[in-house]
Design a binder for this molecule. Structure first.
Ligand SMILES: [Zn+2]
Length: 86
């Protein structure tokens, strides 16, 4: 299975935390990333629970999304992302 995004083909990956298919997303300018695959599920346990894992950020609206980097052999990493205030 593969996903097409902007003329490129990427492996289909699923979030190990919620099972959602990871969505191809352009990395932020200056991030050094090209296209990354990101779990965009706002109900993802990993995303919802992540502020507890970030020291000093507990009170902020920053969370981590599960993501993999195709340029790096689809290696998983934590993508810092803003959480919409609940
Ligand atoms: Zn997820």
């Amino acid at each position: 299975m593969a996903i097409e995004f902007m003329g490129e083909t990427y492996e289909e990956h699923h979030c190990p935390h919620c099972g959602e298919m990871l969505t191809p997303t352009l990395g932020a300018p200056g991030s050094g990333w090209n296209v990354i695959l990101v779990c965009q599920n706002n109900d993802c346990e990993f995303f919802k629970g992540s502020p507890d894992d970030i020291q000093g950020k507990r009170a902020s609206n920053v969370g981590c999304r599960y993501a993999v980097n195709p340029d790096n052999g689809y290696k998983p990493f934590n993508l810092l992302a803003w959480r919409a205030p609940v």
